[in-house]
Structure formats: C-alpha cells, structure tokens
Design a protein around this ligand. Structure first.
Ligand code: G1P
Length: 290
C-alpha cells in the first residue's frame, strides 16, 4: 500500500480578479456560500478525508485567512457566557490546532505549479493532496476521500476528472485518456487550457490532486507554460509522458465552479436550497421573482 496521504496544500495566493472590487479587500477564499467561506468547504472535505496537516500557500493581503483559522477568545467567551453553544461549535469548526497548520507565501503570481512548489520543504518525501478552493464539490462521500481510497490501491499521481462541454474545455487542464477501470482512467498525457482543436478529450482536471514528491522535482525544472505561468499540469504531464503511473479519477458528486461569478451564484442558490433553516422561505422567494 502506498504511503498515507496526510498533508494537503491549499493554493490560496490568487488575486481573485474575477471578483473585483470585492477582492480588493477580502481574499476570494473568504467569500461566503450562504454563511460559510469557500475555504471552510475545502477544509471540511480535507478533514473528513483524513488529512492531518494543512498547508496554505498565501500572498500579501490574505491575513484574514490566518485569522479565520485562529482561536477568537473574545467571541468564544461571549458565546459561552450567553449559552450559545451551537454557535460556539460552529466557530470551533473553523479553528485548527497550530501544530497542524502552516502558511507559506508565494511572492509572485507565477501560476499553480509555482504555488504548489512553495510548499516543497513542508512536503519533504511524502505524497500530498492539492485542493483548489474554487471547486466546491457536494457529494455523499467527500471527493478527496473517494480519491484517497482509490490511491491506496493504485498509488502514483492522481487527478480528479469530469466531462466538460466542448465550449468550456479551454478553461481546463485536459487529459488524453488510456484504459479505464471503473472510476479510474489511465492518463497518457495532459495539456493545460487547450484550444478546442487541440483538446485530446472532454475529460477535464478538477481541482483535486494526489501527488508524489516527484512532481516537486518536475516543477523545479519547468519553464513557463500556458498564460506565461508555471503549470502544475505540465509537471504531471511530464510523468505521464514518461509512462509513469498517472491516473484520473472520475468522482461522484456535483461540482460548483466558484471561480466564476455565475458558478458562484449557482452554488449559493443550490446550497441555500439544501439548508433546512432557510430552504422553504428561500424557495418561495425564488418562485415569486422568476
Ligand atoms: C486550474 C488548473 C487546471 C484545472 C482547473 C480546475 O486552472 O490549472 O488544470 O483544470 O484549475 O478548476 P484555473 O481554474 O486556476 O485557471
């Protein structure tokens, strides 16, 4: 069995330009879906998947992310005194033990590959997960857990996959598929944001990865790729092209693309409609305005 996946990297250094002006002062990852910041959805998924160490790759202006995962004694004492234990529990969900959390800075926005590489010294020689907060995935079993279970059997490098309509394919990393066994597809090659004509399939990479330290070595040797950035896709493609064990995992779940305004709004509405405390009133309201 491969080494246990205990660490996850959360690349959260992005400037969030699609959500300007809001992201001028608030990290994109703190934008809320109903009442929970995007980052909390990723954290919950990681924790429920057995991740024990959380590495955030941040940048200037992301201080509120660190505050979010810190204890808040004034607030906690206030809630305790008032007997609001349910609210206290909610704030505790957003607190991480200091030993399990680390922050490293990406100094320049050089791309996802570069962001992941910033965590190299904390990863050392272990396999690691990468979770992109933009992709919020609602599923019975957390997607990272589905992937770790598959990884424990087959090892290697693994990326989450889903079929994407042709007109949107150029926004993604896209794979050239080999043999498929159940939910697992062997990857022959990968390309970042291909044109429709270049696209080797409709299977796109979604923001969940399980990678080995080999990928860090590959990133160090990369030159700039698509959009002039150091691309994680290129580092994984290097392994695929060498014939290493690189697989895609077609997950079960509904993915919301919270990296785009329309995806974020759809996620807000869908998640609100699953919340017992507000769903009925919200549904009535939606019916009344559309
Ligand atoms: C990143 C990856 C891309 C992947 C996508 C999934 O792109 O580079 O390969 O398909 O996430 O959400 P981004 O959306 O950051 O441009």
């Amino acid at each position: 069995m491969p080494q246990k996946v205990k660490k996850a990297i959360f690349p959260v250094a992005g400037l969030g330009t699609r959500f300007l002006p809001a992201t001028k002062a608030i990290p994109k990852e703190i934008l809320t879906l109903v009442d929970q910041p995007l980052i909390q959805y990723s954290m919950d998924e990681a924790r429920e998947s057995g991740i024990e160490e959380f590495i955030f790759v941040t940048s200037r202006g992301k201080g509120s992310l660190e505050d979010y995962f810190d204890r808040s004694p004034t607030l906690e004492n206030h809630l305790k005194k008032q007997g609001k234990l349910d609210l206290l529990k909610l704030t505790e969900r957003a607190t991480l033990d200091s030993g399990s959390i680390a922050y490293v800075r990406q100094h320049d926005p050089l791309g996802l590959g570069d962001a992941v590489y910033c965590a190299k010294n904390l990863i050392k020689d272990e396999p690691f997960a990468v979770i992109l907060t933009d992709d919020v995935i609602v599923s019975k079993k957390p997607v990272m857990k589905q992937m770790i279970e598959a990884y424990n059997t087959i090892g290697g490098e693994m990326v989450a996959l889903m079929n994407i309509p042709t007109e949107e394919i150029s926004n993604y990393g896209v794979i050239e598929p080999g043999e498929q066994k159940g939910s697992t597809v062997a990857i022959k090659s990968m390309i970042e944001k291909p044109s429709v004509a270049e696209s080797p399939s409709s299977l796109a990479v979604i923001g969940r990865y399980i990678l080995t330290p080999k990928i860090m070595t590959n990133i160090a040797q990369l030159s700039k790729g698509t959009h002039g950035e150091i691309q994680l896709t290129d580092a994984i493609n290097h392994e695929a092209m060498m014939g290493s064990n690189v697989n895609g995992f077609i997950f079960e779940g509904h993915r919301h693309d919270c990296g785009s305004k329309i995806g974020y709004l759809k996620a807000t509405v869908s998640l609100a409609l699953t919340r017992p405390d507000i769903k009925n009133e919200f549904k009535e309201f939606l019916n009344s305005i559309v």
